[in-house]
Write a protein that binds this ligand. Sequence first.
Ligand code: NI
Length: 137
Amino acid sequence: MKVSVIRRERFNAAHRLYRKDWDDARNEEVFGLCSNPSYHGHNYEFFVKVSGEIDHDTGLVYDLKKLKEIIRDNIIDKFDHRNLNLDTQEFKDLNPTAENIVKVIYDLLRPKIESEFQVSIKLYETERNFVEYPADQ
Ligand code: NI
């Protein structure tokens, strides 16, 4: 029987959603306010879910202090108070949509957590809009 432990984290970052090969009007049509050429910020909130067996000796699934440090070192230090388009390698050539951000977070964290655990990420861009990766099967 597996149990999931979940850590909630936040970072603040600016972004702009656009394609370089589209003009501003086309970008605004597709990406709305998030295509503002002057950039804008979001208070991103995300949940890292780690699922596994309860350890017989400790009664724990995963060390949450260790998870906190993995998230800080690999996500928060990299993205907090940054312009995702301009300041990060990950989004230099990748549109920083919530969909792409959640996948980048997963891809950065997955190798840091032992393979016996399942990992999934939920990312809130606004209170009402959020994404999950991997998608439910
Ligand atoms: Ni936006």
